[in-house]
Design a protein around this ligand. Structure first.
Ligand code: PMV
Length: 341
């Protein structure tokens, strides 16, 4: 059976860095994220006994979100390692389902790789939901989140709707994400400022392997639960000042851990620093905008919808900006009737 799913990427407001079980992708700490409306993956999966190998094919049917022609979807060639990871995920899901046959997969992204948005999160969330439907399985949101996590950690946060909490759990069955507020709850923006689009040298998975060498890790792990609580309270009361402050505090703390690992991991560039400084100045000037940065040099600016225009005006003053992606909170993964082939 053929099925197609759309899944958003997500930005962690309170981040995870480090795993307590790398093969099960169990994180060292809980994290909190927001799904992104304009950074998503669309994936079609078909399982059939007539396919002798899993295969990735080029999409033939163009995808228009909401039936409106919009930005050209990216269909970048996957390398062997990426394809291998996708195929292992299909094997794992089939084994659990006890279904034979092989998968034919087509996938597209609304954003290019290397834009500071984790394409693996949207990709594995869409793949998991499409494969489950193609296998004829009725998984709950929790089960889909667990399966997506096994493909890529942060993918579990792209399954539920809107603002999402991933409790670290202490086993595969207890480590999954759930929605704490839906995407309509708060009209926030995540404005991604792309300053570098090359592939990063050290992936987050590889970087996380060395987390234990940072002398700052234990303090970070002790601080995160209270940050999560403050951030949830701030979202509940739509308090951008508190959410922004705790989000920046956590981002800087995660990067302090990365930078104090052995070998040190430094993802920022001059442009990153320039934007971080500029955000501080804009805020001193009365504009409520805050930054967060994942495992790369690109910067996410978080503000309320009413300030989107003012922030975009300020962004024009920055140098080295290659691309800007404006996101609103988005729903989680869902199936659609339009197939990519
Ligand atoms: O699960 P991964 O490999 O996408 O790692 C995500 C790591 C960070 O983006 C740096 C933090 C996070 O919680 O998203």
């Amino acid at each position: 059976m053929k099925a197609t799913a759309v899944a958003p990427a997500n930005i962690a407001l309170i981040k995870y860095w480090g795993k307590k079980d790398a093969s099960l992708r169990l994180p060292l700490n809980a994290s909190l994220s927001m799904n992104l409306s304009d950074a998503y993956a669309v994936t079609t999966v078909d399982f059939s006994p007539i396919y002798t190998e899993h295969q990735i094919v080029t999409p033939v049917a163009p995808f228009h979100k909401n039936s409106r022609p919009r930005k050209v979807m990216k269909c970048e060639a996957l390398n062997q390692k990426e394809a291998g990871r996708i195929f292992s995920h299909m094997d794992m899901m089939q084994k659990r389902a006890g279904v034979h046959g092989k998968a034919k997969i087509a996938t597209m992204n609304s954003f290019p790789k290397g834009t500071g948005i984790a394409s693996s999160a949207s990709g594995f969330a869409a793949l998991t939901a499409a494969a489950a439907a193609a296998l004829g399985l009725q998984y709950s949101e929790k089960e889909l989140s667990i399966l997506a996590r096994l493909g890529s950690g942060s993918a579990c946060r792209s399954i539920p709707d809107g603002f999402v909490l991933w409790e670290e759990g202490n086993s595969s069955e207890t480590s999954f994400a759930r929605s704490i507020f839906d995407h309509r709850w708060w009209d926030l923006r995540d404005i991604v400022i792309v300053v570098a689009s090359g592939k990063k040298e050290i992936s987050s998975a590889a970087g996380m392997e060395q987390v234990g060498t940072s002398p700052k890790l234990s303090d970070r792990l002790a601080a995160v639960p209270n940050r999560i609580k403050r951030a949830i309270d701030a979202i509940a009361s739509k308090d951008i000042q508190t959410l922004g402050s705790v989000m920046e505090e956590d981002c800087l703390d995660m990067h302090a851990v990365m930078q104090s690992q052995v070998p040190a991991l430094y993802y920022w560039t001059e442009e990153t620093r320039e934007i971080m400084d500029a955000v501080g100045q804009w805020r001193s000037g009365g504009l409520a905008v805050y930054f967060t940065i994942d495992a790369g040099p690109n910067v996410h600016l978080v503000c309320e919808g009413k300030n989107e225009k003012s922030v975009l005006e300020k962004v024009k003053e920055l140098s080295g900006v290659q691309r800007v992606i404006v996101n609103k909170p988005a729903r989680g993964v869902h199936l659609i009737a339009h197939h990519l082939y």
